[in-house]
Design a binder for this molecule. Structure first.
Ligand code: HAM
Length: 410
């Protein structure tokens, strides 16, 4: 878990703001849910999911409730939907921290942030397209270019179940040819064997049955409609028949946005898909859902790699240097801030030299200097700090006007 200092923290806020702008324009409203939920909310994500079985921060609180820090937000959204029964379709977005007890490394943390959207209550493949297109647009707005969209369909729950059986047989028949780790995975969740990065497993994975051969007509038609929509919007994609994703609740469309500059183990910038049965499992009516979550931490690493969406320093209009005791600075900063300017100042009545050094470092457009002479004369020295220019003496009442239109005053 990390501390995020300025100016990086400002970049996090800007990230959220860009995301909110993109999805609010498409009719999504923000949902804020608690960081904690009853453990049962998350166990319903699936007991074959490592996120649930191994990585959860769960504990018993003082009221004897077994609760957990959220490892993701889709389950909380479905819980909230079941509780509030909003009108359909419910289009919401969220942003915030999640917690998974993973092995920390670059791009993988125990506390990480996501932004995401979910739509509950509509089955239309056009929605899958809308959701994917909004993710795509968001990355473009950040300035990222090396993002690859991969899509797949897991079919209907029955298709998926038959496919899982076929995979189980295929891998079990391989015996020791499958790595020990993958044999353990096979016991729990045969789909996840397809995720194995081990070299020795690759020939068996390549020869494994393909999900498309198990798609029902409905599932195949839904997937085709999604692909047609993506083509219509000219969003490039790659069909990846081995894409399975790490959560159990998916059916039909699944997708991932991969950062091509990142290490393959941590290259998923975001992902999502359709899920069914989750609302029902949480006490609501049977409700279709589709959505995604995008990882902030990893996406910013990809931005660093591509040199886009930099952390910007806080921009200051002025830095007040007062060597007469500080009262003039109290008044001047308050007046300027009230007038809408961004203003910082020196403290502790430090020397002119020390305060000017701070003014320089602050990146402010102007240093506004008050010495004994200025105090007596009712003036302020305005010294341009960026790009040079001569300092001039401004009458105290004219200072706001001077900052508003500096060129006119010169
Ligand atoms: P997920 O694939 O588990 O999906 O997480 C989505 C994104 O969160 C990942 O692609 C990654 O960028 C980021 N992420 C996950 N774990 C970590 C970590 N330990 N450190 C840093 N970043 C991480 C979900 O969470 C689903 N709820 C997505 C979804 C929404 N499906 C349907 N609706």
């Amino acid at each position: 878990m990390r501390d995020i200092l300025p100016p990086e923290s400002g970049r996090w806020r800007a990230f959220d703001q860009v995301f909110a702008r993109v999805v609010e324009r498409a009719g999504y409203g923000q949902l804020i849910t608690p960081l904690l939920e009853d453990l049962g909310v998350f166990t319903r994500i699936g007991d074959a999911t490592e996120i649930v079985t191994k990585e959860m921060y769960d504990f018993v609180d003082k009221g004897d409730r077994h609760i957990a820090l959220r490892p993701e937000m889709t389950a909380s959204v479905c819980r909230a939907f079941a509780e509030h029964r909003p009108t359909l379709p419910w289009k919401i977005y969220y942003s915030g921290s999640n917690f998974r007890y993973e092995k920390p490394q670059r791009g993988r943390y125990r506390q990480f942030d996501q932004v995401g959207i979910e739509v509950l209550g509509a089955d239309d493949p056009h929605l899958d397209v809308e959701v994917i297109a909004l993710g795509w647009e968001f990355y473009a707005r950040l300035g990222l270019r090396r993002v690859k969209l991969v899509v797949n369909s897991l079919g209907e729950p029955d298709d998926r179940a038959r496919y899982v059986e076929a995979l189980r047989e295929h891998f079990a028949a391989a015996g020791d040819a499958l790595s020990e780790q993958s044999r353990a995975t096979l016991e729990r969740n045969p789909l996840r064997v397809l995720d194995s990065k081990r070299e020795s497993d690759q020939p068996l994975i390549a020869a494994a049955p393909q999900i498309a051969d198990f798609h029902s007509d409905d599932a195949a038609a839904h997937f085709e409609a999604v692909l047609a929509g993506l083509r219509l919007l000219e969003i490039p994609f790659v069909i990846e028949p081995k894409l399975v994703r790490g959560l159990d609740y998916y059916r039909r469309t699944i997708f991932e946005f991969q950062g091509e500059t990142l290490d393959s183990a941590q290259n998923a910038l975001g992902g999502g898909g359709r899920y069914d049965g989750l609302v029902e499992a949480l006490g609501g009516p049977a409700t279709p859902g589709v959505g995604f979550a995008l990882g902030l931490d990893r996406t910013l690493l990809a931005c660093d790699d591509e040199g886009v969406f930099p952390a910007l320093p806080i921009e200051l209009d002025a830095f007040v240097v007062d060597v007469t005791g500080g009262s003039a600075a109290v008044e001047l900063t308050a007046e300027l801030r009230n007038a809408g300017f961004s203003v910082d100042r020196g403290y502790d009545n430090r020397s002119m030299k020390a305060q000017m050094k701070l003014a320089n470092r602050s990146g402010a457009r102007y240093a506004l200097i008050v010495g004994d002479d200025e105090l007596a004369a009712g003036t302020v020295v305005a010294k341009p700090m960026q790009g040079g220019g001569d300092q001039i003496v401004v009458a105290r009442p004219d200072i706001v006007a001077h900052l508003s239109s500096p060129t006119e005053q010169k």
